[in-house]
Design a binder for this molecule. Sequence first.
Ligand SMILES: [Zn+2]
Length: 189
Amino acid sequence: MTGRGPASGEGVERDEFELPGVPDGFQRLWTPHRLAYVRGEDTSVEQPPGCPFCNAPDRPDAESLIVHRGEHCFAVLNLFPYNPGHVLVCPYRHVADLEELTDEELWELNTLTRTAVRVIREISQPNAFNVGLNLGPAAGGSISEHLHQHVVPRWTGDANFMPVIAQTKPLIQTLGSAREDIAGAWPQA
Ligand SMILES: [Zn+2]
């Protein structure tokens, strides 16, 4: 392993508001295996002090939802996914702007993004992806002080009527099992 920090720790308690996640206006209806297991995320709660992207690498992967640790950057599941398998790729360093990245960080940000697309495509067979950066709060980034690249798998028809009428997205997979799937399929260097 070339990255930093602990890499194990199944079964640990997860403190949602210290973990990497980009809150949005949606609540989430969790439907793992389509059972009647409903969980609503309260995205109106503010994040506590401290940067979740800086804190995540200090925690075990299973707790922080990290799917891969690189040398300069890491990939982590978004705690507030737009779709199952929504991955964020970020540098370990707390930098806000693209211009602040070193060549090494920029290279690894993009190679990890490419691998994330490859892995998610293999696991979930999405029809398309949205990949990109929101630089600055006005661009829609709610944790804009620590740069992160979104990798969002898309399926035809995934923006269905539910987000529109109820501000609720149905997700068919828990974050823990999604992390295990992606981390397990990530190629080892
Ligand atoms: Zn940070």
